[in-house]
Every structure is written in C-alpha cells, then in structure tokens.
Ligand binder design. Sequence first.
Ligand code: BES
Ligand code: ZN
Ligand code: ZN
Length: 500
Amino acid sequence: MNIPQVSLLSQKSHLLAEPALVFFAFADDKNVQKQLKEVLPREDVDRLTRLVEKIQYKAEMKSVTHLPIMDDTLVIVVGLGEEKKYTPEVLRRSANRAIEVMKQLNIHEGALVVPRSRVVHADEAVVAMSEGVVLGNYAFDRYRSKPEGESPYELHSVRIAVPSVTKSLETKLAETMLVAEGVLYARDLENENSDVMTPAAFEEEVRKAARQYKLKIKVFQEEELLENNMHLIHAVGRGADVPPRLILIEYRGRRDKKNDLALVGKGITFDSGGINLKPEGYLHQMHIDMAGAATVLSTIMAAARLKLKVNIIGAMALAENAVDGKSYKPGSVLKSHAGKSVEINNTDAEGRLVLGDALSYVATEYQPSYLVDVATLTGAVMVALGSEAAGLFTNSDKLRRELFAAANRTAERIWELPLYEEYEEEIKGTFGDLRNTGKSRGYAGSAAGAMFLQHFTHDIPWAHLDIAGTAILDRKRDYMPMNGTGYGVRLLVDFLRNHR
Ligand code: BES
Ligand code: ZN
Ligand code: ZN
C-alpha cells in the first residue's frame, strides 16, 4: 500500500507550478470566481472567469469541472454543493473526489486549495482534506500481480494550500496522518485472508505493537481459557485448526494505577456460522468479522503514538468460528467467566459469546471505570441503520455524550438503540441462565445481542458499538473502500483524546 505524502503549502506561493491544482467551490453562481481570484494572478483569473461565466457553471456536490490548462497546470474545480449544507465531511468526500480525478488522468501530484468559508475553518479543513486523500487512496492490493514493464498508478504527493502555514497547522496535519495510518492498518488487518490472519497471526501483530510501544501484553491460550473459566471463547474457537485466545494489552499514559477504560473487540477471524452454517450472502466477507479487534488494536497503537494521558486496557477475543467434528453445538449449555450458564441456540451468534467472557474478565480483573466494546455483532443492525451509522447501546450518560461528540467531529456516525428491560425476556434460558439468541425470530436482534452482553459487564458503565454495517461495505463509498473500512479507529481515538 502506498501512502501519499501530504504537506502544507502557502496559497501565496506559485500554485501554477503544480501538475494539478484543485479548487473547491460552493454552488452559488459567483463562488468559483471568488475562489480562483483569491489565489491566482490577476491575468489568469480573468481568462478563467470569462470562461466560467460563459458556461454558467454551478458547483454541485462532487461535480468535477476541468478548466483550460494554465502554463503546465491542470486546473480542476470540485463542487461542494450549497454552503448552507457545508461540513468537514463534505470536504472529506470532495477531497477524495479530487484524487479520484487525478488518478483517472494519471497525475501523481498536485495541490488542493482550502476553500475559504466561515462555516469550516482552515484547521478543520486541513484535517478533513488530508483524511479524504489518505483514506480515499487506500486499496487492498497486496494480492494483485504487477504486469511486467507497466507501473501501476500511485499518488505520490498532495499539498494542501492554506492561507498561511503555521506550526499548529503542521502539528494538526501530522496527528491526522498518524491516525489515518492507523485506519489503513486496521483495514489491512481486516482485509487479509482468513487463512493468513488467524488468531495466531493476530497475536503476532499485537506482540509487535507491544514491543514497539512498550505495552504490557498477556495472552490466554486454549488451556488457560478453560483454567480461567472462559468456556465461551474456548467453545467458539474449538472447531478451528488454529486455536482461540484472549489477548490483553495495557497502555498507560499516566503513572497512577487507575484503569480509566477497557476497550474490548470481537475478533472472529472467520465466521462460517459454525454448525448453524451461514447461507450464501455475507460469507465471503466473514474474514472481516475481526474488525472490532482490529479497531481496538489500532486505536491503542494510535493512543500510544499520540501519548494520550489515559490508562487503557485492550482486550481482543480471537477465534475462528469453524465447522468441524470438534465444533461447539446447538443445544449445549456452557459455563461462562461471569458464572452464568449459556444455552447455545445458534452457533452463528458467536460474537456475544467471545465478548461475554472478555468483558467479564476485564471487568473483574482490572475494574476499569468504563467499558466499551466494538463488534460486528448483528446483521440486524444493518436492517436498522444500513451503513450510515453504527448502533450504540449504553447504560452510561457520560459515554453516550462523549461518543456522540466524537462521532460528530469525525463523521463516523453512531445512532442509539435502546436497552429496554422488556428485551430481557427474549434471552432468558430454559436449561441455563441465558440463551445466546432471542426467542422470537426477527425481533430486535441487535438489542438481544446487546442485552446479552450487559450480563457480563458487572455493573461497570458500558457502551456497545455494533459496527456490522459500517465496518464492512459491499461497495466503495466515497473515501471508504469496499470490504474492511477501518471504521471506529478515528471515532475511538477522538473519543479517547477528549475523555475526561
Ligand atoms: N458476524 C455476524 C454478523 C454480521 C452479519 C456481520 C453480516 C456483518 C455482516 C454475527 O456473528 C452473526 O452471525 N449474527 C447473527 C445473529 C443471529 C444468529 C441471532 C445474525 O446477525 O444473523
Ligand atoms: Zn455469526
Ligand atoms: Zn460473527
């Protein structure tokens, strides 16, 4: 994967030395001229604006207009739509549009001019544009062969032209790039073949991170899971060739002993459904069912790189849900770490099982002030929200407030769904304490999953993010790629930065 260089450039410098120069304009009639006038020499603007006036141009959202080549520079205008609907997210998507055009035209470098606006300030704009560029440029291409002699297109460098380059803007850009690299890393983990990214290979990735960032690491292998009463994680993974494990890491940004937060991720390296084999549909994307664990790892790595002043426990429950003679089976009643027994009604509801044990373990062993779990837990959350937002379930006003604030800043959207007590009836067991699926089919499936998890939180304030719809896409959407999107890394890093 190639990551383009992104740097800052003053709008006062000679922009017509760039191979491509991209302006962003609002849909009102005079805006294009205004944007051009601000940065281009007088005589060039006159030539360009005469033409723009002639075509009566309106900069609809994501529209692309090519202006005549000036000197050796290709001038492109990308539309932002109406200014009253303008947000950093519009700019993120438009910056991605700009590099898509550069790719089509085989241009490897260029400058993007920050649009002047009272709504989005230059620093927010730099963050959004650099994210749009770096995230939009991603491709999972490690398995694509390179035809001899031909070199595939690569975007080399993008300069963001700002009114003035300051130290604080430079820092902001560097931090944005660091987090964006974290998103790309999570995407690579998610998209890798399930035969390669096994629970063992994931453990190696965590060990590498632990060495690099001096994080404490602890891994519970097969037998140790049983010795510590984590029968649920063990059961889910026992049919696979590569055994399951629970991986724990600690990042300590402060010296005191307090554990501020535990982040818990679902790490199913392939979800076949188990004996309740999945039908065709999402099977070919079920190697991405470890997206929660990838998000947790990548978020904690970013926290370490940013030296955030928080103490975080990361827990990643890794297992492959396989079909085999050794697989766990419907009808069994299993013991869990929390002491409650669980009836297996469906082996495809495996995420809540591995998370249940992981949540219970970190809750009791570390007593963090807050618990947050991230999981591609239910297909039902896609029925409710599509790919537009992750489902949030929480019993904490503070986590709700902080997560929504982070979602608004990053445009990694969340939407709250309820934890009504009435749903409890759905997951009451007959032979055991709990069932792993709701009694009624097609009835509040995401809530049933969340209610199940709540039983393992030992009354620690908790939030559950169901990312099944946002972490896995069936087509590219703006700067989000098809398959693993790395959703959640930007959201959680922003949340950690502002957590009090
Ligand atoms: N990993 C799936 C959820 C999923 C489905 C994620 C599609 C992304 C795309 C999860 O383990 C699962 O299979 N859930 C079941 C639960 C059901 C059996 C109660 C589901 O959603 O159908
Ligand atoms: Zn499943
Ligand atoms: Zn799953």
